[in-house]
Design a protein around this ligand. Structure first.
Ligand SMILES: CC(C)(COP(=O)(O)OP(=O)(O)OC[C@H]1O[C@@H](n2cnc3c(N)ncnc32)[C@H](O)[C@@H]1OP(=O)(O)O)[C@@H](O)C(=O)NCCC(=O)NCCS
Length: 121
């Protein structure tokens, strides 16, 4: 699988992949959730939330177990960064899990996770 060929969509309400999301997950805004789909099957998801005008947070990022290790997580994380940037974020924070993935994308460790500071072009 070439992850860059996997399309990413805004999910329909009945497509939200609750089984991939953390227990008790509540998306604050479905407009900021995206799913990766192959042949109509949701195989990955991310959700971001606006914390403040210049700060967005990656709430969740997950890939279905059998599709992991092929770059889809990184592809989704890059997409999530793009969405945050398009909404005006200058700072993106992420949970403390998946450290390697976030560090590879330029995030710095913080006391409670990771953060990426975006500089204006
Ligand atoms: C984290 C997760 C989304 C990664 O998905 P993936 O498609 O396997 O990731 P990729 O194939 O793009 O891997 C990207 C890099 O992250 C690393 N990585 C993958 N899963 C990881 C994990 N659970 N923890 C730390 N690093 C991880 C890989 O080693 C890879 O680095 P490499 O290419 O140098 O080997 C997936 O393991 C998952 O759904 N985990 C459960 C949910 C979770 O922990 N989400 C984290 C943020 S909320």
């Amino acid at each position: 699988m070439d992850p860059r060929q996997v399309p990413i969509y805004r999910p329909y309400p009945d497509e939200v992949p609750w089984s991939l999301l953390p227990d008790g997950f509540a998306a604050s805004d479905l407009n900021l959730m995206r799913v990766a789909k192959i042949d109509g099957e949701v195989i990955g998801v991310y959700s971001v939330e606006k914390v403040s005008a210049l700060h967005h947070r990656i709430q969740a990022l997950a890939v279905a177990r059998r599709h992991r290790g092929q770059g889809l997580g990184r592809w989704l994380a890059g997409h999530a960064i793009g969405i945050c940037e398009s909404k005006g974020a200058r700072l993106i924070s992420a949970p403390p899990t998946a450290s390697k993935l976030f560090v590879q994308l330029g995030f710095q460790p913080t006391a409670d996770g990771y953060q990426l500071a975006l500089s204006p072009e």
